[in-house]
Ligand binder design. Structure first.
Ligand SMILES: NC(=O)c1ccc[n+]([C@@H]2O[C@H](COP(=O)([O-])OP(=O)(O)OC[C@H]3O[C@@H](n4cnc5c(N)ncnc54)[C@H](OP(=O)(O)O)[C@@H]3O)[C@@H](O)[C@H]2O)c1
Length: 251
């Protein structure tokens, strides 16, 4: 990735205030791009935007809220007039063994991971330029089973299916659509799966031990691949699913 990979480009990272989204915003800003990052928590999103060197703008927006999306895209249009990169990263994971899955859990998971993904892309369509790139954050959960994650896995399989179809539908506009699927990655999102700091360390160690590289990934390692797929260096990569998992689902 060159230092000018995103020069004169405008990007949105929907869900960019922590973890993989934050690291992705860093990479795009390092490459000279203007990056809008979103999140539900205003203080967190503004502090993240202030922390990342470069042209990073924080906008509080819940991807599930039509009003918030209207406000987000109006601001991007007024300030930047165009969009070259759209990274849809926010997702919900609430583990539940089969037999305990509630209707509410299914609705909440699919509302963010699938419905909001569709709505954000649709809102972005008028601003996306020829040659632009949409990257959806998938998950290795769509490819390899983990106990208690059936609903999340199904939602991420849907994300993968959306990318295939949209790659086809948006080809006439020269817009590429791809998925990047992380394996276990050390983020605040992963940490929330365990109740205490001690449990979090144990979880990260256990998940790392399950990969050929014997460690979980870092947000930066996933973000590097998202930034590559988002950039013109990947100009012939379309409808693909890049798996960034230390070999977890590959061997
Ligand atoms: N970490 C892993 O091990 C792993 C593995 C496979 C796949 N993934 C995928 O990678 C992506 C990022 O995961 P992560 O672990 O980096 O998560 P994270 O640390 O929890 O970060 C999630 C980001 O999304 C924002 N967000 C959450 N709900 C939102 C909403 N409704 N509207 C707008 N923004 C929202 C969060 O800010 P607020 O909370 O303030 O809204 C935050 O900026 C997800 O799609 C996840 O499924 C992660």
């Amino acid at each position: 990735m060159t230092r000018s990979a995103f020069l004169d480009k405008t990007a949105i990272v929907a869900g960019g205030s922590t973890g993989i989204g934050y690291a992705t915003a860093q990479k795009i800003a390092q490459g000279g791009g203007t990056v809008y990052i979103t999140g539900r928590d205003r203080a967190r999103v503004m502090s993240a935007a202030a922390d990342i060197p470069g042209n990073v703008i924080g906008i509080q927006a819940d991807s599930r809220s039509p009003e918030d999306l209207d406000r987000l895209f109006t601001e991007v249009q007024e300030r930047s007039e165009r969009l070259d990169v759209l990274v849809i990263n926010a997702a919900s994971l609430a583990p539940a063994p089969l037999g305990t899955i509630t209707r509410e859990l299914v609705t909440t998971t699919f509302d963010l991971n699938v419905t909001a993904t569709i709505m954000v892309v649709q809102k972005a369509l008028p601003l996306l330029t020829a040659g632009s790139s949409i990257v959806l954050t998938g998950s290795m959960a769509a490819h390899k089973a983990s106990r208690n994650q059936s609903v999340y896995a199904a939602s991420k399989a849907a994300v993968r299916a959306l990318a295939r179809t949209w790659a086809l539908e948006l080809s006439p506009r020269a817009i590429r659509v791809n998925v990047v699927s992380p394996g276990p990655t050390d983020t605040p999102g992963l940490g929330r799966l365990a109740p205490t700091a001690e449990d979090q360390t144990a979880l990260v160690t256990r998940m790392g031990a399950g990969t050929p590289m014997t460690r979980v990934g870092t947000p930066e390692e996933v973000a590097s691949v998202i930034a590559f797929v988002a950039s013109d260096a990947a100009s012939h990569v379309n409808g693909a699913d890049y798996q960034v998992d230390g070999g977890y689902g590959q061997v």
